[in-house]
Ligand binder design. Structure first.
Ligand SMILES: [Zn+2]
Length: 479
């Protein structure tokens, strides 16, 4: 199959060699592509807008109809599902229950798809250019998903919808603090650790060059350019906010909202980022496989997008499974069905949102299933609970908890030398209390926390769990 990467690697190498004026030009040219994409996203969001406020019974019918079409397509054209041809006559009967028929399909793991990729690809995906996306590999080896270019764009639109919900208007400036290496990594101390694209109004800030020495340069450019929004990984936003807070600097600019994605925003991060930037913090849930997504509305609830994929248990038609099983409603190239994403997704059936949208509400407990600590007595401690331990620790920029074995936790602290001793004393006491004295807790100074290829820091790393599962396999979870 011919498929192109969404961003070819060779482009990055050329980019690094052309210097700041060349890089600025490249980003501005790229800006034209972004403008076309935003126009396409806006069109798609217009098409799906009626689903935002449909009565819920209509949601159930709409999803069932798409699910039926997708399952028929899979049985007919995807080798993995050939053995299910006996289901075809049932699926084609419009009075049959497509949700019940879905459960006749096998649960699919990432490992299985990787080992048998060809058998998961449709022989007749329909017309259109095919692209592939890869997961970053934070929790294992990268996973590749193939899809039509149109599907990719539409799924991007659903991520963009979060921005629209929080007040984005055409022409607004956006500051970005994500993993893009827009300033070459070979420049160890750039005077201007950012690039500007006027075409699509982006201020690209480098996440890779943030130090206590140049944090002021970042804050200066934000005050000077006054973007309407700032987006970033929670850990990147946290580190910039921590520098501002440590320097006692009050910004004379606030964005309309702070956008985050890719990681959970922990409570201690939210408190700091909210205080420094003085704006609402709005999240997004998505996956590189582009099967399901959710956006946070102005009332703070996460709404599933509905039209991209189906989470088993999102309506009360099927039980909720953990980690969630998801089925695409859109990808006809590589239709992932009952796919074990490795994420915990909890849906609140009985809640309604004051924003008026009827889209299913997802409770914000999303975390990689492998990211918890396990105590010797078998308690599992979720990262969300651990964040409390890190509240009000002076001088600590970022932190990471690593469970080495059954009885040992190492806490890595990105902080100045003099902040380590007082922070360690507090952490060892609080953390010891949380694990009921069952474990040894050590704090170490570590200014270079383990990052994934996209520059994200994982808050909790459990070496025991990553040892027990083969690389790339979803963490096992039993209920
Ligand atoms: Zn809402």
């Amino acid at each position: 199959m011919k498929a192109r990467d969404v961003i070819p690697h060779s482009a990055n190498e050329i980019y690094d060699r052309i210097g700041r004026p060349g890089q600025t030009l490249a980003l501005n040219l790229f800006g034209f592509r972004n403008r076309r994409r935003i126009a396409a996203w806006t069109r798609y969001l217009g098409e799906v807008a009626p689903t935002e406020r449909m009565p819920r019974e209509e949601h159930v019918r709409l999803v069932e109809e798409r699910l039926r079409g997708l399952l028929i397509h899979a049985v007919r054209t995807v080798p993995r599902y050939e053995s299910l041809t006996s289901l075809l006559s049932h699926l084609e009967d419009p009075s049959s229950d497509a949700y019940a028929l879905l459960t006749e399909f096998p649960v699919v793991t990432k490992q299985d798809v990787k080992e048998n990729l060809e058998s998961y690809l449709s022989r007749d995906p329909g017309p259109g250019k095919i692209v592939k996306t890869k997961t970053s590999g934070t929790t294992g080896t990268p996973f590749t998903t193939y899809m039509h270019d149109k599907t990719f764009t539409d799924m991007d639109a659903l991520w963009w919808r979060r921005n629209v919900w929080s007040g984005y208007r055409n022409g607004d400036w956006i500051a970005r603090l994500v993993g893009e290496a827009i300033v070459p990594l070979s420049e160890t101390d750039p005077r201007k650790p950012w690039r500007v694209s006027w075409v699509d109004r982006r201020l690209y800030l480098s996440t890779w060059h943030l130090t206590s020495d140049n944090a002021h340069a970042y804050l200066d450019v934000l005050e000077e350019r006054r973007p309407a929004f700032i987006m970033g990984y929670p850990s990147s936003l946290e580190i910039l906010a921590a520098f501002a807070s440590e320097a006692g600097r009050t910004l004379d600019w606030s964005p309309r909202a702070v956008w985050y994605s890719s990681e959970m925003m922990h409570e201690h991060q939210r408190e700091l980022v909210g205080r420094v930037f003085g704006a609402p913090i709005v999240g997004l849930y998505g996956c590189a496989e582009r099967v399901v997504s959710a956006s946070q509305c102005e009332e703070g609830r996460f709404h599933l997008s509905l039209v991209d994929g189906f989470v088993e248990g999102q309506f009360d038609r099927l039980p909720l499974r953990q980690p969630a099983l998801v089925t695409t409603l859109t990808n006809r190239v590589m239709p992932l069905i009952r796919f074990d994403l490795g994420d915990v997704i909890d849906v609140a059936h009985d809640e309604t949102c004051p924003c008026g949208r009827t889209l299913p509400i997802m409770r914000p407990v999303v975390a990689r299933a492998g990211d918890w600590l396990v105590t010797p007595s078998g308690r599992r401690i979720a990262p969300a609970g651990l964040t409390l331990v890190f509240k009000d620790l002076p001088g600590v920029r970022r932190s990471q908890i690593e469970q080495l074995d059954e009885r040992t936790i190492v806490i890595h602290l990105d902080a100045d030398e003099e902040a380590i001793a007082p922070a360690s004393a507090l952490l060892e006491e609080r953390m010891g209390h949380l694990v009921s004295g069952e474990m040894e807790i050590r704090c170490v100074r570590d200014t270079e926390l383990e990052m994934s290829a996209t520059g994200k820091v994982q808050f909790v790393v459990n070496r025991m769990r990553s040892n027990e599962a083969p690389e790339g396999a979803p963490a096992k979870l039993t209920k």
